[in-house]
Design a protein around this ligand. Structure first.
Ligand code: NAD
Ligand code: UDX
Length: 434
């Protein structure tokens, strides 16, 4: 089988490399020449653990190639995946589908024979039918089947998630398309991965329902954390006691500064908009969107109040600025809200992140980046732990305190032990714990 992946982003690149590792011939296409050039030279355009080795292995085995030439990449393909972006559309919160529709048209025009066109991008319910209409109009002469195969990988553990998924969801318009996709995922049969075969509409909605449910779950525990603080309870214990109930589950019950990333914020918003438009509003998701936005801003206020209510002229060290550990992705990171608010309040911000590449491009110029966590803490009145990179767990609190000018430590990910930190002389605060 020959597979073409349109889009060399987090999803396209990882999925393309993983399909190649399954033994399929894969061509990954992107419109950005710099990305493709880097990949051809063995450099990854993104940071994702293990991706460089996986790509190198499959390139050297001859199963994985990269190009900017969509036409030649689509010629002779059995399956073409769309893994282009679906960001929030400016102004109304809907998903911007212009990249999906443009790519679908390009693929249809370039097709040289029958193929299955699979949407891997996260798209609102109804998009598959629109893609079908585009393809039928562009190529009435060809049997191009349309399918939806939403992706559930998480950044930072993307390869493991793709290779060992909880399930694979396939929505397709006919048996031929189901059969092609099942063939592609056959290596997962060995590990008994459930394949959920549905209509295109259901597959599209499964993706939004799953992401929105998780976002609501996080929002719930975040609000419980606020309640714990008022009531003198510990959100760790509450989450554990809840999560051990098999009907609830322990995952995604970590309280923090609000969810970020390239998916939850935009997907919750898009689901809310679609549902409103279809006359079946999902108000619980609408509420989560509002609460999450407010939470990010409230985190800056917490830091300012820990500084005595005035951040003017104070030095604040931020440890971790990406939206989660093990990624360089800055899309909708809480730091993008928290840091500008601290700067506005007159603070001087020194930041450290193990993967600062994109952060340097998108955070205000006033932020000074340093090379180590202790370096960021140097002369700081307050240290704020914002992203729970593993290396922060190993920080020596004595060294941290020695580097600082003040004693404020705001642990927005509940990484440190409150008792130990207070013993070390920190004015320590965390989320939902006393
Ligand atoms: P991304 O922005 O990292 O990558 C998209 C790529 O597509 C870009 O490199 C862009 O240049 C390229 N592109 C756009 N139009 C093109 C065209 N016509 N031809 C060739 N290349 C084109 O996006 P991403 O994070 O990989 O997300 C892609 C989709 O997958 C989105 O719908 C997203 O919601 C979904 N998704 C993302 C994740 C994640 O963790 N990032 C997980 C699951 C699903
Ligand atoms: C998410 C989905 O998990 C994945 O299935 C989908 O394909 C893409 O979107 P990702 O955004 O990469 O993946 O990371 P995830 O681990 O889900 O975290 C998202 C955000 O939620 C992060 O900001 C993270 O810090 C936050 N989070 C997660 C919490 O605040 N608490 C938790 O318990 C879990």
């Amino acid at each position: 089988m020959k597979v073409t992946m349109i889009g060399a982003g987090y999803v396209g690149l990882v999925s393309g490399a993983c399909f190649a590792a399954f033994g399929t011939d894969v061509v990954v296409v992107d419109v950005e020449p710099a990305k493709i050039e880097a990949l051809k030279q063995g450099r990854m355009p993104i940071y994702e653990p293990g991706l460089d080795n996986l790509v190198a292995e499959n390139v050297s085995d001859g199963r994985l190639t990269f190009t900017t030439d969509l036409k030649s990449a689509v010629a002779g393909a059995d399956a073409v995946f769309l893994a282009v972006g679906t960001p929030t559309r400016r102004g109304d919160g809907h998903a911007d589908l212009s990249y999906v529709y443009a790519a679908a048209r390009q693929v249809a025009e370039a097709a040289t024979g029958p193929l299955v066109l699979v949407t891997k991008s996260t798209v609102p319910v109804g998009t598959g039918r629109e893609v079908q209409a585009i393809v039928r109009e562009a190529r009435p002469d060809l049997a191009i089947d349309v399918a939806s195969n939403p992706e559930f990988l998480r950044e930072g553990s993307a390869i493991g998630d793709f290779m060992r998924p909880d399930r694979v969801v396939i929505g397709a318009e006919n048996e031929r398309a189901f059969a092609q996709l099942k063939r592609l995922y056959r290596p997962l049969y060995l590990i008994e991965t459930p394949i959920v075969a549905t209509s295109i509409e259901s597959a599209e909605l499964i993706k939004y329902a799953a992401n929105s449910f998780l976002a609501v779950k996080i929002t719930f525990i975040n609000q419980m954390a606020d309640l714990c603080e008022k009531a003198g309870a510990d959100v760790h214990d509450v989450a554990r006691g809840m999560g051990l109930d098999g009907r609830i589950g322990r995952k995604f019950l970590h309280a923090g500064p609000g969810y970020g990333g390239s998916c939850f914020p935009k997907d919750t918003l898009a689901l809310a908009r679609t549902a409103q438009e279809l006359g079946a509003p999902v108000t619980i998701v609408e509420q989560a969107v509002v609460a999450n936005e407010a939470r990010k801003a409230a985190m800056a206020d917490r830091v300012i109040s820990a500084l005595g209510g005035d951040a003017k002229g104070k030095v604040v060290a931020i440890l971790g600025v990406t939206f989660k550990p093990e990624t360089d992705d800055m899309r909708d990171a809480p730091s993008l809200v928290i840091i500008p608010k601290l700067l506005e309040a007159g603070a001087k911000v020194q930041a450290y992140d193990p993967q600062p590449h994109y952060a340097r491009q998108v955070l205000p110029d006033a932020v000074s980046f340093v090379e180590t966590a202790i370096g960021a803490a140097h002369g700081a009145d307050a240290v704020v732990l914002l992203t729970e990179w593993n290396e922060f767990r190993a920080i020596d609190p004595k060294k941290l305190k020695l580097a600082m000018a003040g004693t404020v430590l705001c642990d927005l990910r509940n990484v440190f032990d409150p008792v130990l930190m207070r013993e070390c002389g920190f004015q320590y605060s965390s989320i939902g714990r006393m």
